[in-house]
Structure formats: structure tokens, C-alpha cells
Write a protein that binds this ligand. Structure first.
Ligand code: AMP
Length: 290
């Protein structure tokens, strides 16, 4: 495994592979790697000849009051995990490599960035869309891997990739959870045992609506009420939103439909936690329908 930090080195490696006819998968991360990140690398390894994992704590997606400076950066441990996973190349650029001094160009996705995380973190998706576009253009991968854990983020990246005709495929991978059900996140290290216990109301609320969905409930208003009643039972959760949305538009759903995503997010103590579940018709529903 090689570790490089300049765009020139990254491009030299990737273009060598491409000339040899090898496909390239890209896994963008901010480091502090856990099994969720590694599942993206595993998916890439399964589908692409070469896997590039990037570690870059992107300053433009943090607001001034957020945790940019204290965000965990255990680089040695991260590199060890990448090595064991069989990652071919790790790209760890400095901020100036990604954002040349005096730069003034950003990528802005409108519409689906308006609500939820976009409303709570006004410049967040501009930072994400900008850095992901840069990483795509730096590495020119055939596929790029993102987690469903950040549902709105993968929707924004899909939309941006389509709108800008970026020549790669976006792959969204399932949420990886700890044994207690909490979705893995680099920020979980901030949670005290009590915070963590409170955070479990997110997966609990999602399981509850999954169960209702399996039993045939399709009314978004009823599902939303049920979702929120589980969340409201946890006094330590300061809820940001608990909603049922259309998976493509990210607009709140008001009429019954065959596909919905339940998005939940809030704060426990000082830490934000988010989670979601994708409610779809199962294959047997399709067979049984008309
Ligand atoms: P981050 O380092 O938090 O920016 O995350 C990098 C990538 O890993 C993003 O595509 C996330 O959606 C994905 N990811 C983070 N946590 C998980 C998880 N628990 N399961 C699956 N993917 C995840």
C-alpha cells in the first residue's frame, strides 16, 4: 500500500493503472476510520481492480462553531486499517493541496440541500459538493463509494454527478451498526455511556417504523407520528428532525407511496447523531402485486 499527499502523485498512480486496463474505485473519508468506512473499501475491492481511499478533514464543510479542530485524526491507526483491508493507495492531502491559496470556486447543489442537514448546517453541502468534485477530478475513478448513513449527502452527490456529467458511477453502501444498533460514526467517540444509551432511540424509532411498514402501513403521516412518539420518549435526545421523505427529492412525503426514507437526527450532550432507514417494497411484495 502506498500513501501519497499530492495530486500529481495520485494522478500518476491512477493513470498507470488505467493504462493497464484496471478499474479504479474511490472511497472518500475524513479518517478516524471504522467498520462503516471499511465496508465501502470492501465494496470497492469487490468491484474494482484498484481502490483509492482518501483521508481529508474538509474544512469547508464545517461551520465556525463546529468540531473541525477537535475532529479525531488517528492517522497511523487509519493507515493500518487500510493496509489490512487491501487498499492500494491512500491519499492524504494537506488543505492547501485541495484548496489552492486564493481559490474562489465552489460547487453548489440547490433544491435537495434545502432541508434537514442543509437547513441546520447552511454551508455544509456546498463544502461537501466542492470537495467531492475536486476528489473526483483529481482521481478520475470509475466508481465512488458512499454510505447510506449520510442519506442526504449521497443524494446530493448523485444529483451533482448527474448534473455535471461527471464520468463515474456512484455506489451507495448499507449502514454499518454497532452490536447495540447505533450506526457507526467517527463522532461516536465523543459520546459518554449515558449519551450513547440516549442515542439508541434513533435506531429504536427506525425499527418501529420498519415493523409498521412490513405490516403494510404506507401512510406517511401515521408513520411520522409513530417515529416521533418513540423519539419523544427519550428526554436526553434534543431532536432536530424525524421525518418521512421521498428518496429522490428529499421532500417530506404527504401521500402514501411505495418507497420512503425515514430520516432522524438530533443532539445528545454535545454530539450530533443521525440515522435513517429506507422503506421499500420487498421482492415478494412486487410478485404479489399487479
Ligand atoms: P466520513 O468520514 O464521516 O465523512 O464518512 C466517509 C464515508 O463513510 C461517507 O460516505 C459516509 O456515509 C460513510 N459512512 C460513515 N459511517 C458509516 C456507517 N456507519 N455505515 C456505512 N457507511 C458509513
Amino acid at each position: 500500500m502506498e500513501v501519497v499527499s499530492t495530486v500529481a502523485e495520485l494522478r500518476a498512480r491512477v493513470s498507470g493503472w488505467k493504462r493497464a486496463g484496471e478499474s479504479v474505485g474511490l472511497v472518500p473519508t475524513m479518517g478516524a476510520l471504522h467498520a462503516g468506512h471499511m465496508s465501502l473499501a470492501t465494496a470497492s475491492r469487490g468491484e474494482c481492480a484498484r481502490t483509492v481511499l482518501t483521508i481529508f478533514v474538509n474544512p469547508t464543510q464545517f461551520a465556525p462553531h463546529e468540531d473541525l479542530t477537535r475532529y479525531p485524526r488517528p492517522l497511523e491507526r487509519d493507515l493500518d486499517l487500510c493496509q489490512r483491508e487491501g487498499v492500494d493507495l491512500v491519499f492524504t492531502p494537506a488543505v492547501e493541496e485541495v484548496y489552492p491559496p486564493g481559490d474562489s470556486t465552489f460547487v453548489e447543489v440547490t433544491g435537495i440541500t434545502k432541508n434537514w442537514e442543509g437547513e441546520l448546517r447552511p454551508s455544509h453541502f456546498r463544502g461537501v459538493a466542492t470537495v467531492v468534485t475536486k476528489l473526483f477530478l483529481m482521481a478520475l475513478p470509475d466508481r465512488a463509494y458512499f454510505g447510506q448513513k449520510d442519506f442526504q449527502q449521497q443524494a446530493v452527490i448523485r444529483r451533482m454527478t448527474r448534473d455535471l456529467h461527471l464520468p463515474l458511477e456512484i455506489v451507495t453502501c448499507p449502514i454499518v451498526r454497532d452490536a447495540d444498533g447505533l450506526a457507526l460514526s467517527s463522532r461516536n467517540v465523543y459520546l459518554s455511556p449515558g449519551d450513547r444509551q440516549a442515542g439508541l432511540c434513533l435506531p429504536r424509532s427506525l425499527k418501529h417504523v420498519e415493523e409498521l411498514w412490513r405490516n403494510g402501513e404506507r401512510d406517511p403521516a401515521r408513520l411520522t407520528r409513530e417515529l416521533r412518539s418513540v423519539l419523544a420518549a427519550e428526554p436526553r435526545m434534543s431532536l432536530n428532525y424525524g421525518v418521512l421523505v421521498d428518496p429522490m427529492t428529499l421532500e417530506e412525503a404527504t401521500t402514501p407511496r411505495n418507497e420512503l426514507v425515514a430520516l432522524v437526527a438530533g443532539r445528545v450532550g454535545q454530539t450530533r447523531v443521525l440515522d435513517n432507514t429506507w422503506l421499500r417494497m420487498s421482492a415478494s411484495d412486487h410478485q404479489g402485486g399487479n
